[in-house]
Design a protein around this ligand. Structure first.
Ligand SMILES: Cc1cc2nc3c(=O)[nH]c(=O)nc-3n(C[C@H](O)[C@H](O)[C@H](O)COP(=O)(O)OP(=O)(O)OC[C@H]3O[C@@H](n4cnc5c(N)ncnc54)[C@H](O)[C@@H]3O)c2cc1C
Length: 297
């Protein structure tokens, strides 16, 4: 019997686990090893770790977590969680099962990219979602936005700070009059003919091809993927979900507590704002909240 089982061992999960370890709790961390940023060569903006590979950041964090004797780490996939009274039984893909008094889900989200040939193989390299994460590396080049979402216009207003920008509406996400004036002031070119493929030696990018055959030179494009919780466990346990600008996420309070007693969710899975630092911070809160609820039970 563990005090807490943390499912998902990336920014949010390891941040939760280390708080619990430092509170001398018995913690089991289960991680399937597929963090969302695994497609990027480097990670940016995370304090003290800027420019490191996602793998290197996680390796260092895990090595530090392993120093705590009350933490056990398993590389595996949690397939299902069953509630038994006030406790949780976690079933793994290898058939093993483990029991805990509290559960923290830090399983992240999965991305659905626009269905355009050439996008998937460039994801995280020259097809990007977050200018703060990867814009600096493509600054001063010609850049594009492939619209997928009403938020794409907002993204288009920002990207000129990194390079000359074309906004591809995909025939669906035209700016309104006010937005068009702002895009004009920011020097954004609006292109209404849809992008039908990406051109260049992937993961490099030279241009996008439009439906009318024209090629528009760009070195990188930004696009907003649809997201959904990477694991259905929270939903299966009955946690309430909310709708955000890119998809569903788990409804939590400030401390990561869900609508189901004893279940906490941290990281991208519980926040419409997706960022490694925010995920780590919410993991800290969930770890502390789980500990304090045990202390008071
Ligand atoms: C291409 C790309 C690049 C990015 N670059 C940056 C950047 O430079 N800077 C930045 O701040 N943010 C960046 N982000 C956002 C950042 O990756 C996320 O905000 C962050 O990873 C969220 O952390 P998390 O712990 O919530 O989830 P994740 O990092 O996605 O981790 C979830 C973990 O849970 C595991 N898991 C899922 N289901 C199960 C299960 N059933 N059983 C066991 N384990 C499970 C997964 O395998 C994974 O290891 C980037 C995102 C993308 C897509």
């Amino acid at each position: 019997m563990y005090d807490v089982i943390v499912i998902g061992g990336s920014f949010a999960g390891q941040s939760a686990a280390i708080q619990l370890a430092r509170a001398c709790m018995n913690v089991l961390l289960i991680d399937a090893g597929a963090p969302r940023n695994r497609f990027a060569e480097t990670s940016h903006g995370f304090l003290g770790q800027d420019g490191k590979t996602p793998n290197a950041i996680m390796r260092e964090a895990t090595a530090q977590l392993r120093q705590y004797p009350t933490v056990q780490i398993l590389q595996n996939e949690a397939q299902n969680v069953v509630r038994s009274g006030n406790e949780f039984i976690v079933h793994l893909a290898n058939g093993a099962k483990y029991q805990a008094k509290r559960l923290i889900l830090a399983t992240g989200v999965s991305d659905t990219l626009p269905d355009i040939p050439g996008v998937a193989e460039r994801w995280g390299k020259t097809v990007l979602h977050c200018p703060y994460c990867h814009g600096y590396e493509v600054r001063n080049h010609k850049l594009g936005i492939i619209a997928t979402n009403p938020m794409s216009v907002h993204q288009a207003t920002l990207i000129p700070d990194w390079g000359p920008t074309t906004y591809f509406t995909q025939g669906m996400y035209d700016p309104d009059t006010e937005q068009a004036i702002l895009l004009g002031k920011r020097g954004v070119v609006i292109e209404r003919t849809p992008v039908i493929s990406l051109i260049g030696d992937a993961p490099g990018l030279n241009a996008v091809k439009l439906a009318d055959g024209r090629l528009i030179e760009v070195a990188a494009v930004f696009t907003i993927p649809k997201t959904k919780p990477a694991s259905p466990i929270a939903e299966h346990l009955g946690c309430l979900l909310e709708s955000g600008p890119t998809g569903l996420f788990v409804k939590v309070d400030t401390w990561g507590a869900t609508s189901v007693a004893g279940v906490y969710v941290a990281g991208d899975a519980a926040n419409p704002m997706h960022n490694a630092t925010l995920a780590a911070a919410s993991g800290v809160l969930a770890g502390i909240a789980a500990h304090q609820s045990l202390a008071k039970s």
